[in-house]
Design a protein around this ligand. Structure first.
Ligand code: NAD
Length: 231
């Protein structure tokens, strides 16, 4: 396998999914040990559940935060954040809500599905909130319940984030997909957008995906193992 020389590309884009965080130990949602085997998303991860019992939903998300805080970014996260320091144009588009890329030092991150580390008031916008527990469950200005700024089941994606992500994907000339099964649209359509725009497309996943044949190279390995080899 050939090393990639980042200097040969003007804009490198990493598109990451749950597999990116697997070697950090972040629990998955589905599959073995997945959160949705233990908890019903209907009770914890949709607007209806939040309106029915906001405190229960917030407490559930505090558990998610505690699980993530017990994990650390791995070598692959640091390869990506180091590249952002050395290369003029690096973007991360992630489906993850765990903030691992930012904890490793990445700054140019589009979070398609929101973040565990933000809350949102329906009237006063988004507040950053980092820690095992939320600082406050209600808005300081109006007293409304704050909801996790996460794209739950039944929610639409944030159109501004989508627009920025798609603009970056159209602009990149190296597109590296890491740890996503490429089944959930619209994100599953991103590799095709990059390909159609002329980018070199590489996939990193221990198992082939439906989209593997589309890639210029599909590498069957894990993020933490292969990123230090590739760069
Ligand atoms: P997914 O559909 O994104 O699939 C995960 C993929 O990662 C699989 O194809 C798997 O083969 C691959 N993978 C596993 N270990 C890997 C590794 N070490 N290196 C590279 N690839 C690896 O995941 P899902 O669990 O079905 O999640 C559905 C949605 O929920 C997605 O949007 C996902 O990103 C999100 N999610 C986020 C987090 C998080 O924030 N950490 C955790 C779970 C799920």
């Amino acid at each position: 396998m050939q090393k990639i020389n980042p200097d040969e590309y003007k804009h490198i884009l990493f598109f990451t999914g749950a597999g990116m965080s697997a070697e950090s130990g972040v629990p998955t949602y589905r599959g073995r040990g997945g959160v949705w085997n233990e908890y019903r998303w209907e009770d914890y991860a949709c607007q209806t559940a939040f309106e029915r019992d906001p405190e229960r939903v917030l407490k559930f998300h505090e558990l998610r935060r505690q699980a993530v805080l017990e994990c650390e970014p791995h070598a692959g996260h640091y390869i990506i954040s180091d590249m952002e320091k050395r290369h003029p144009n690096v973007t991360v588009v992630t489906q993850n809500i765990d903030g691992m890329h930012q904890r490793a030092g990445s700054q140019n991150v589009e979070e398609l599905h929101g973040s565990l580390w933000r809350l949102r008031c329906p009237w006063h916008g988004v507040v950053e909130d980092v820690g095992k527990t939320y600082r406050c469950y209600t808005c300081e200005d109006c007293g409304s319940w704050l909801r996790p700024d996460i794209v739950w089941f039944g929610d639409a994606l944030d159109q501004y984030v989508m627009k920025d992500a798609v603009t970056a994907i159209r602009d990149c000339d190296l597109f590296i997909s890491i740890g996503t099964s490429a089944v959930v649209y619209p994100a599953a359509g991103f590799p095709r957008i990059a390909k159609d725009a002329g980018a070199v497309c590489i996939e990193i996943n221990p198992v082939p995906t439906e989209l593997s044949p589309m890639y210029d190279e599909s590498i069957q390995s894990t993020a933490g193992t292969i990123l230090p080899v590739l760069f």
